[in-house]
Design a protein around this ligand. Structure first.
Ligand SMILES: [Zn+2]
Length: 315
């Protein structure tokens, strides 16, 4: 897996100098984003929101994005941002909803999505997630791509209500379906579908800001991500508002474009692998150039995504 500490190897052996600097910079930016628990100046962060429907907002988190829903049954939040953002998130919820959340749904176990769990639970929220989220939070995890060790979570941060396949919440006039998409970004991803509002929170199945991260250590894979995007698209019409794990709110056309990018990229890497090219040869090749030009300069650099896709393809 490409890691920060391998940048010098990339500079020295595979890439031309200019390319190496671009790659080094890209990986550094990813590193900053994903380890920002240490690097951020939390005081300066202001959470921005966007109204999706009456009483429902997207909140652009410092980590993952949120959906905040309000109704006669109270307040429900999707995802919990970084731990350092817990108090700020509670203040934003208070500002928008006039009260704290009773329920919080974690879309997966990553620390930029469950970090605020403890603060939200102490404020009275019941934490809901896939069973694998709880299991992974109990044992602690390692994230290869950023060489990050995530220690076991405090018991107060663990989901208390878990499921394995689907769950339906009846929330005022709203019906909310939570459904598991297997072996995708992780092995515990949940998509949250607000039927009446026609809003879908995708978790990190969708990075609407560049190539997604595939957590190979936690059961993720490119084919699971593609299957998950297709299952989300099957729920969409032209008015659906799609709140991605990262990036701006998207629509069906945007999600179709994202699917095309993933499929084209996967096909290019799979074809190169089938021809017998090694990972190193694929990393140094231009097989994904047509997609990279459009989508490869925003989040994870193409080389990192090539490696994640390559490693997740079945032999
Ligand atoms: Zn994630």
């Amino acid at each position: 897996m490409i890691r920060i500490k391998q940048i010098s190897i990339l500079q020295g052996s595979i890439f031309v100098p200019l390319g190496a600097w671009v790659i080094a910079l890209s990986i550094f930016l990813v590193f900053v984003q994903f380890t920002s628990a240490k690097a951020q100046d939390w005081e300066k962060i202001e959470l921005q929101s966007m109204e999706l429907a009456q009483g429902m907002w997207a909140i652009y988190g410092a980590g993952g994005n949120h959906v905040l829903a309000t109704g006669p049954d109270g307040v429900l939040l999707v995802d919990a941002d970084y731990s350092e953002m817990g108090e700020k998130l509670l203040a934003k919820i208070q500002e928008l909803a006039g009260q704290g959340p009773q329920r919080v749904i974690d879309t997966h176990w990553h620390f930029d999505h469950v970090g605020g769990n403890q603060a939200l639970r102490e404020a009275g929220a019941e934490l809901i997630a896939h069973q694998n989220v709880r299991s992974r939070m109990i044992t602690g995890q390692h994230l290869d791509v950023i060489d990050h060790d995530q220690p076991p979570a405090d018991p107060g941060a663990l989901p208390v209500l878990t499921f394995t396949d689907t769950m339906t919440l009846y929330f005022g006039q709203e019906t909310i379906t939570l459904f598991h998409v297997p072996f995708a970004h992780t092995d515990g991803d949940v998509v949250v579908h607000f039927h009446q509002a026609n809003v879908i929170h995708t978790g990190d199945i969708v990075f609407y800001c560049g190539y997604p991260f595939i957590d190979l250590n936690a059961g993720g894979g490119i084919d699971g991500i593609i299957a998950a995007v297709k299952s989300i698209l099957a729920l969409c019409d032209e008015n659906t508002q799609i709140v991605p794990g990262h990036g701006p709110v998207a629509d069906k056309v945007g999600l179709e474009k994202y699917l095309n990018i993933l499929e084209e990229f996967r096909a290019a890497v799979a074809a190169a692998k089938a021809k017998g090219m090694s990972l190193e040869e694929i990393l140094a090749s231009d097989v994904t150039d047509s997609v990279d030009q459009e989508w490869g300069d925003k989040m994870f650099p193409p080389e990192a995504f090539k490696e994640m896709v390559y490693r997740s393809l079945q032999d």
